[in-house]
Design a binder for this molecule. Structure first.
Ligand SMILES: O=P(O)(O)OC[C@H]1O[C@@](CO)(OP(=O)(O)O)[C@@H](O)[C@@H]1O
Length: 452
């Protein structure tokens, strides 16, 4: 059966050329595109001209960016050439599909140069401008850049912030924003004040439209994404996979406790929407929550095909070759008549799009589906994601921030079986017995920083 891969649909190579003044969130958007497309197995890489420039000169003061500073121009030009050379090599040698040129590219002359190089190399350029004149947004971006950019490491924050404003002024002198009147022959997306206005021009291929649709859905309003598996099910108790079983007694207890767990973190006036799969165990888990609910077929558990309803031991006995093949490559293995993790990711794409667009959401779903959603937010490599531990009766809170996602795990004080099977065995792990842990106890907090 052919594997559906977005990257191979139109066989295009695309260079997303970021455009915009400093502190307009370009790097953030670039990194998000890399995370999103990589999650979909599309070979994507970001080439940041700033990191090439930093190799030459660390921490330049704002005057370095003065368009009349010869040294500055030379070093920046060199960094640009190096980034482009590496990007072309990557397209050719590593079968790259989407390369992102993260730089300001604020002048028409610079953009024409990129255009020419890309066309000569049969790579489609797609310009993505972040245009922002909202002072508050720019200031908040400056604070993010200040906290994360290697340019400002070790500098007192007021010095760094002033320097950044000065740097922006230098760029403004030569900035030529993209306009439909001048750039109508180019493929471009222009985001005005994040996405309060979006101009889209000449988006032609399927891949370009995916990228456009994705960036249109991004927002920067603070919110939480809550994840939980359903409560322990009858099938979980028996070690069986798949099916549409009811919750066990302990699973119902978890459902009863869930509203209290959630209320500890979500204030009465705050909005929350609950998403479940269409299977009974997730709906039963959500039953005592009084928030608006929506059930999605796309959130149903990975389809185990002819292994549905069996235990891992029975699968190992009846289908030993399949059992081994799945252990050898759990991400790619597709159950006979069922699905692989890769298949699940493809069907979850609309969920991710919708999630990017939404505010507070609680998703109650299944082990494999949660692993895929978690992998997207936490940037977990494909081969590791099917082996992550996502225990029952644990609420996970994700807090997407500018350059990282913070994660908190909150454990309910209700024991449950373990449904975790390690590689190379058909036995399940130890039951989780929370013994003395308190309801709502935070058992771990961590963060996954998207690398700058
Ligand atoms: O990919 P593996 O590790 O087998 O995990 C997926 C399995 O998890 C289970 C439990 O074993 O999910 P669920 O959360 O729906 O209870 C199975 O139904 C499903 O096949």
């Amino acid at each position: 059966m052919p594997v559906y891969q977005l990257g191979h649909v139109d066989n295009l190579r695309i260079c997303v050329v970021m455009v915009g003044l400093p502190a307009r969130g370009k790097s953030l958007i670039a990194q998000k595109i890399v995370r999103y497309l990589s999650w979909l197995s599309i070979s994507t890489k970001c080439f940041s001209v700033g990191s090439y420039r930093r190799k030459e000169s660390a921490q330049p003061p704002a005057q370095f960016f003065d368009p009349s500073n010869e040294d500055g121009l030379h070093i920046r030009g060199q960094a640009f050439e190096e980034a482009i050379t590496d990007m072309l090599a990557w397209f050719n040698n590593s079968n790259g599909t989407v390369g992102i040129l993260d730089a300001s590219n604020t002048t028409r002359e610079r953009r024409e140069r990129v255009l020419k190089i890309m066309r000569e190399n049969k790579i489609e350029p797609m310009f993505l401008e972040s245009f922002c004149e909202n002072d508050e947004m720019v200031r908040s971006n400056i604070l993010d850049v200040n906290a994360t950019s290697p340019d400002y490491k070790g500098l007192p924050s007021d010095v760094a912030i002033n320097d950044m404003y000065e740097k922006i002024k230098y760029y403004e002198r030569s900035y030529e924003p993209m306009e439909l009147s001048n750039d109508s022959d180019l493929t471009f997306i222009k985001l005005v004040n994040v996405n309060s206005e979006i101009i889209i021009n000449r988006i032609e291929s399927y891949m370009e439209s995916r990228i456009a649709y994705y960036v249109m859905n991004l927002h920067i309003r603070p919110r939480y994404i809550w994840l939980s598996r359903h409560g322990e099910s009858q099938y979980n108790l028996e070690g069986k996979i798949g099916g549409d079983a009811d919750l066990s007694e302990r699973g119902f207890k978890y459902a009863q406790k869930l509203p209290d767990l959630v209320k500890q973190y979500i204030k009465d006036h705050e909005k929350l929407t609950v998403w479940t799969s269409t299977l009974k165990r997730t709906k039963q888990t959500a039953q005592y929550l009084t928030y608006p609910k929506k059930s999605w077929k796309a959130l149903d558990e990975l389809d185990a095909g002819s292994c549905d309803g069996l235990t891992y031991e029975e699968i190992a006995e009846r289908f030993p070759e399949d059992f081994k093949a799945r252990d050898d490559n759990k991400f790619e293995y597709r159950y006979r008549g069922g699905e692989s993790y890769r298949d699940v990711i493809i069907r979850l794409e609309p969920i991710i799009m919708e999630l990017e667009n939404q505010e507070n959401i609680l998703i109650i779903t299944h082990q494999a589906v949660l692993r895929c959603i978690y992998a997207y937010f936490m940037n977990v490599p494909q081969e590791e994601s099917p082996w992550m531990s996502i225990p029952l009766h644990t609420l996970i809170r994700l807090e997407p921030r500018a350059y990282e996602t913070l994660v908190t795990r909150i454990k309910a004080d209700i024991p449950a079986v373990s449904t975790y099977k390690e590689k190379g065995t058909s036995k399940l792990g130890e039951s989780s017995n929370p013994s003395k842990s308190m309801v709502g106890e935070v058992i771990a907090t961590s963060s996954s920083a998207d690398k700058k």
